[in-house]
Design a protein around this ligand. Structure first.
Ligand SMILES: NC(=O)C1=CN([C@@H]2O[C@H](COP(=O)(O)OP(=O)(O)OC[C@H]3O[C@@H](n4cnc5c(N)ncnc54)[C@H](O)[C@@H]3O)[C@@H](O)[C@H]2O)C=CC1
Ligand SMILES: O=C(O)C(=O)CO
Length: 325
């Protein structure tokens, strides 16, 4: 029997061609949402589902009784009910590693852009407002030699820290995980309590997955404990930060600035105060969005679903479910 997969978004013709040598493929290039009737119809017969960031509900899974594997074109799996997938014996795969360096580049871009006010000042030039010499009111703050506090010191956090420590002579602090002696040796990084990190960091850089534990982790109290000169960077997920509290802290000078790639609601609504604040750099969730990395992510997702549905161990499984084959 030829297995069937439903694929949506982010795939190129060569990926579809590869998938079609293994499976019957229903591809939805511009899927608006999970309620599309043709998508639901295809899902009712599918063994595999491949795509990026679709909210997966119990109701959707009930309509997919043959589903064996979901292959997400993302490393973050916060939009999947992981425990429920495991209970239903559905293997979830994701795309770690291949996007680490690109996402770390974006994290560092936010550090640089927010410290040096790059977007605000570039806009000033473009709008013809560079009319007098650049004075103190336009100055930014140094990045090199400063203290970088990592909230989340996994793959991406470490890659950002490596850029900071080795490229910019920054002192790296990290919390939560058990101490990592090899990285302390390589980067001169220091393991510390969360409070110490908040008190000392010039840049607080958020790189944790969104979970029940990390939702709202950066709240009003945490923002108050940061230096008033500190800059918050969020390259993880919007809901890790209490956005209302952040807007408040940025407005009343509790913290200096923020560089954000991710938001509680995406796309960020045009009427969000964050769109109007000069001390905030807003990017449209482009952490991994380069040609090379999106290609590598799609390829990893294709390799994952092929292995999973053919009874082999996929390159990047997320939950502990044996491929059925
Ligand atoms: N902006 C973007 O485009 C992208 C965002 N991401 C986000 O970045 C997240 C991290 O990705 P990776 O570094 O590959 O994951 P990872 O699993 O390697 O690292 C996450 C780290 O956070 C730590 N952690 C978990 N809870 C914590 C807490 N309460 N306090 C401090 N540390 C905690 C974990 O122990 C782990 O070391 C993804 O889950 C995803 O949400 C990932 C890729 C692109
Ligand atoms: O992979 C992820 O988790 C992203 O946010 C986008 O690449």
């Amino acid at each position: 029997m030829t297995k069937r997969i439903v694929a949506f978004q982010r795939l190129k013709p060569h990926h579809l061609e590869q998938l079609r040598t293994h499976f019957h493929v229903d591809y939805f290039d511009t899927l608006e949402g999970p309620d599309d009737p043709a998508f639901r119809e295809a899902l009712s017969e599918a063994h595999g589902l491949l795509g990026a960031s679709l909210p997966i509900t119990s109701e959707l899974l009930d309509g997919a009784p043959h589903l064996e594997a979901i292959s997400s074109i993302s490393v973050g799996v916060d939009n999947y009910p992981v425990d429920e997938l495991t209970r239903r014996n559905i293997l979830l795969c994701h795309t770690p590693d291949v996007l680490t360096e690109t996402t770390a580049d974006t994290g560092f871009l936010l550090i640089m852009a927010s410290a040096r006010r790059a977007v605000e000042l570039a806009n000033m030039v473009k709008q013809g407002q560079w009319t007098s010499s650049i004075g103190e009111s336009h100055f930014g703050t140094d990045v090199h030699g400063k203290t970088l506090g990592m909230v989340g010191f996994g793959r991406i956090g470490q890659a950002i820290a490596r850029r900071g420590a080795l490229g910019f002579g920054m002192q790296v602090l990290y919390t939560h995980a058990s101490p990592k002696p090899a990285l302390e040796e390589e980067l001169g990084a220091t393991h510390c309590e969360f409070d110490t990190l908040l008190e000392q960091a010039d840049f607080v850089c958020v790189n944790v997955p969104l979970t029940a534990e990390t939702t709202g982790l950066i709240d009003a109290d945490v923002l108050k404990r940061m230096k008033s000169s500190a800059i918050l960077i969020n390259i993880a997920r919007g809901k890790v930060v209490d956005e209302e509290a952040l807007i408040e802290a940025l407005s009343n000078g509790e913290i200096h600035a923020a560089g954000l790639d991710v938001f509680a609601q995406e796309p960020l609504p045009g009427d969000s105060p964050l769109t109007r604040m000069d001390n905030v750099v807003t990017l449209p969730h482009i952490g991994s969005a380069t040609h090379e990395t999106r290609e590598a992510m799609a390829q990893r997702a294709v390799d994952n679903v092929i292995a999973a549905l053919e009874g082999q161990q996929p390159p990047s499984p997320y939950n502990d479910v044996t491929p059925r084959g």
